[in-house]
Design a protein around this ligand. Structure first.
Ligand SMILES: Cc1cc2nc3c(=O)[nH]c(=O)nc-3n(C[C@H](O)[C@H](O)[C@H](O)COP(=O)(O)OP(=O)(O)OC[C@H]3O[C@@H](n4cnc5c(N)ncnc54)[C@H](O)[C@@H]3O)c2cc1C
Length: 375
């Protein structure tokens, strides 16, 4: 039987993992990226990402998370690079709010190891965090931190070692598919393969133009800050991933200082944009928006900004991912694994996308990620 060939377009969080899983199965894989990942033009840059299992987005995510955790640990071992570690996570909000309610429901269903803390207990254990009276906190013992740029590098280096043909600084300008295979046209040439996997992040709307998937892009900012006091409480080992629910659903969150400052960001408080027109500079308005919440919840972090960055989410209307065969081409697989919470799934999504490209199906139930659910 002739060897299958798969082209993966986009080698960020999910494409790098897909290229690795395909290559490690002996599949002939070509990966193409318009830049040289890891880079800071899409969704996968910055010092850290949060991994959590008491999933407010729903209990159906937990089987994916459990497999992702296994694969993150394996990635550390196989690559010899450190892209994942357990740090604990403290999630705070009103007890009847969306996050607290959904996190507790998911924890119960899947037996996630959590402790429920009162505000007084939070203040005692984490004195630099402010929590309003009447709120509640969930401490997730095995919440973890991912180092996203290391993770992309680790997957790409293992993919290359397993024989993947990785093309950097080469832009895909178009693709077509038919029963006999796919053709990908780039800034350097044209390539044929049996299957195509599209993992192009915020550029997916361009590559899928005409399909009518309701993908929108959101500009968000992240901040690396030197605490003005009590810096030791923000160091790894003492500082868990922490978040404070704001308003209806979305939090202010921070992660420990791994040498470049404490990472702080606001989830889903951004503005609509596109990959091509986004303002890549952070503004005074962005800064004021985040510092307003920092002064309220973590006043010791009202310190010097060491760095800041613009990053982008690709959102679906229900904030679940798209992982499916292209509705018109069975041999094209489309993956938009973001909506602001996709990084933690990178290893398991790579495995699933490799399954879809080679076997045509996955052992996971992918209904909630169907491309057809939008009608
Ligand atoms: C600030 C911020 C914080 C986040 N925090 C978390 C978190 O704590 N936990 C979590 O789980 N998730 C988090 N996320 C979400 C997570 O980072 C994303 O889900 C993930 O990075 C998406 O990866 P991707 O592979 O889809 O996109 P990317 O990593 O951006 O990769 C897409 C790649 O495709 C390439 N490409 C696109 N078009 C073309 C083309 N035409 N030709 C060639 N190459 C192309 C791009 O160059 C890029 O390298 C966060 C996101 C942001 C922005």
């Amino acid at each position: 039987m002739p060897k299958q060939k798969v082209i993966v377009v986009g080698l960020g969080a999910h494409g790098s993992s897909t290229a690795y899983h395909l290559a490690s199965r002996g599949i002939e894989v070509m990966g193409i990226d318009q830049y040289h990942p890891p880079h800071s033009m899409g969704s996968s840059h910055g010092p850290s990402r949060v991994f959590r299992e008491a999933y407010k987005e729903g209990p159906d995510y937990v089987p994916f998370l459990r497999r992702a955790r296994e694969l993150w640990n394996r990635l550390n071992t196989d690559s010899g690079m450190h892209s994942f570690e357990v740090t604990g996570g403290l999630f705070m909000g009103p007890p009847t709010g969306f996050a607290m309610t959904e996190m507790q429901a998911t924890s119960k269903i899947h037996d996630v190891e959590v402790e429920i803390l009162t505000p007084a207990e939070v203040r005692k254990r984490f004195p630099v965090f402010r929590i309003p009276d009447g709120w509640e906190a969930i401490y997730e013992v095995n919440s973890s931190t991912i180092f996203p740029e290391v993770a992309v590098e680790a997957h790409l280096s293992l993919a290359a070692k397993a024989g993947a043909d990785l093309h950097y600084d080469e832009r895909v300008e178009g693709w077509s598919a038919g029963p006999s295979g796919v053709t990908v046209r780039t800034s350097r040439g044209e390539y044929r393969a049996d299957r195509l996997v599209l993992t192009a992040g915020v550029w997916m709307p361009e590559l899928l133009a005409g399909l009518g998937l309701p993908l929108t892009v959101e500009r968000v900012t992240l901040w690396m800050i030197k605490p003005r006091a009590n810096a030791e409480w923000f160091m790894p080992g003492k500082c868990p991933n922490a978040s404070w629910e704001l308003g209806e659903r979305y939090p202010l969150y921070l992660q420990a200082d791994y040498g470049t400052g404490v990472k702080v960001a606001l989830d889903h408080h951004g503005t609509p944009t596109t990959a091509e027109t986004v303002n890549r500079e952070t503004t005074d308005e962005d800064r004021e928006k985040i510092f307003k919440e920092i002064r309220r919840f973590v006043p010791d972090l009202d310190g010097e900004v060491l760095d800041s960055a613009v990053c982008m989410y690709t959102n679906t209307p229900d904030l679940n991912f798209v992982v499916d065969h292209h509705p018109e081409h069975e041999n094209v697989i489309v993956a938009s694994v973001c909506s602001g919470h996709g990084f933690k799934f990178a290893p398991v999504m790579g495995e699933i996308l490799a399954d879809l490209a080679t076997e045509g199906s996955s052992r996971f139930d992918l209904d909630m990620f169907s491309a057809k659910r939008f009608g």
